[in-house]
Design a protein around this ligand. Structure first.
Ligand SMILES: [Zn+2]
Ligand SMILES: [Zn+2]
Length: 171
C-alpha cells in the first residue's frame, strides 16, 4: 500500500507536533530536577518554593516558551510540514505547561488529565527528590521519582463547569 504524499505530510505534521509536546515535558522534568540539584536556577527555585505561588499564566507561558525559541527550526530538518508541526507543538506545550503550573498553585483540582496533581504534591509534600513533572507524571514514573501522597480534591470533578477551569490567575 502506497501512502499518498498528502498523508505523509499530515503524518509528519502530527508526529512532529506530538513529539514537541513530549520533548517539552521531558525538558521540564530535567530542568526542574537540575534546579533541585542546584545546577540551574537553584536560588530562584528555592524562592518559588518559599512563596508557593505561580506568576500568572502569561509569565509562566514566557518561561516555558522563550527558551524553546533557539530550537524551533529543528522540525525543518525533516520537512516543511514537520517544521510547522514542531513549532505548533512547542507553542501548545508551553500553553498547557503554563496552565498546569498556574492551576496547581491556584486550584489543583483543575488538572483533570492527571490522577493526582503531581506538582501540587511536590509543593505540599515539600519534596526535594520527587515529582519533578508539572504537566505530566509520565517522566517521574519512567525515572522512578514518582511519589504518591494523600490528596483529595476539594470538590467533586462533576461539580466543575467549563467556566471554573478559566478561574486561574492569567496575568
Ligand atoms: Zn520544585
Ligand atoms: Zn510550582
Amino acid at each position: 500500500m502506497e501512502i499518498s504524499p498528502a498523508s505523509q505530510n499530515a503524518l509528519a505534521f502530527v508526529v512532529a507536533m506530538l513529539l514537541a509536546i513530549l520533548v517539552g515535558s521531558l525538558v521540564e522534568y530535567v530542568v526542574h530536577r537540575l534546579m533541585h540539584a542546584r545546577i540551574v536556577l537553584g536560588q530562584k527555585h528555592l524562592e518559588h518554593h518559599r512563596e508557593g505561588t505561580g506568576q500568572g499564566w502569561w509569565g509562566e507561558f514566557l518561561d516555558y516558551f522563550l527558551p524553546s525559541i533557539p530550537f524551533l527550526w529543528l522540525g525543518f530538518l525533516y520537512s516543511g510540514h514537520a517544521g510547522i508541526g514542531w513549532i505548533l507543538g512547542a507553542f501548545i506545550y508551553a500553553c498547557i505547561a503554563a496552565y498546569a503550573h498556574q492551576a496547581q498553585h491556584d486550584n489543583p483540582d483543575l488538572v483533570f488529565w492527571l490522577k493526582k496533581p503531581i506538582h501540587h504534591l511536590h509543593h505540599k509534600g515539600k519534596m526535594w527528590h520527587n515529582n519533578f513533572g508539572i504537566t505530566f507524571s509520565l517522566w517521574d514514573r519512567i525515572f522512578g521519582t514518582y511519589k504518591d501522597i494523600d490528596w483529595v480534591p476539594e470538590k467533586n470533578r462533576k461539580d466543575y463547569r467549563l467556566a471554573h477551569y478559566l478561574r486561574i490567575r492569567w496575568f
